[in-house]
Design a protein around this ligand. Structure first.
Ligand code: SF4
Ligand code: SF4
Length: 143
């Protein structure tokens, strides 16, 4: 079967199923292949994974529906996160929640640094920022 369709997505697993092999079901049930590009479990046991999924478009859509039924949040990676530098007050709240250290405190300069190259666009910082300094810039539609 041709696996002409491929897409990068970010998956957020709730703590109850973090570590369970739901992602492997994509191969068994829908004949999809996947490459794990990045994976991390936060101290709160929430799982984050950026994966490239390949297969037919129809099976890809079925696979995504299956993941969502299992309470996994699927976000297209083509969305980008930006920070409004004028609004950010460097409170540090987002650094506690960022799963891969894209937001971190520079202790010497006493500022919160945003390293966009490490960002997987999971969107968690957007939800916690008290002044809405973090924004999602969608480059395509949601899945
Ligand atoms: S939570 Fe918002 S205001 Fe605080 S450091 Fe992060 S981006 Fe800046
Ligand atoms: S979206 Fe925010 S919380 Fe998620 S990886 Fe990027 S900077 Fe960190």
């Amino acid at each position: 079967m041709t696996k002409e369709y491929r897409k990068n997505v970010h998956l957020t697993f709730p703590p109850t199923i973090s570590g369970s092999p739901v992602i492997c079901d994509l191969t068994k049930m829908f004949d999809l292949s996947f490459n794990i590009l990045k994976a991390q479990i936060t101290p709160r046991k929430e799982g984050h994974m950026t994966v490239e999924i390949m297969g037919t478009k129809e099976n890809y859509q079925k696979g995504i529906e299956y993941l969502e039924k299992n309470r996994i949040v699927v976000t297209p990676v083509t969305q980008r996160i930006s920070r409004d530098e004028d609004s950010c007050m460097h409170c540090g709240m987002c650094t506690a929640i960022c799963p891969n250290g894209s937001l971190f405190v520079d202790r010497e300069k006493r500022i919160v640094v945003f390293d966009i190259d490490r960002c997987t666009a999971c969107g968690m910082c957007v939800r916690v920022c008290p002044v809405n300094a973090m924004h999602v810039d969608a480059e395509n539609g949601m899945i």
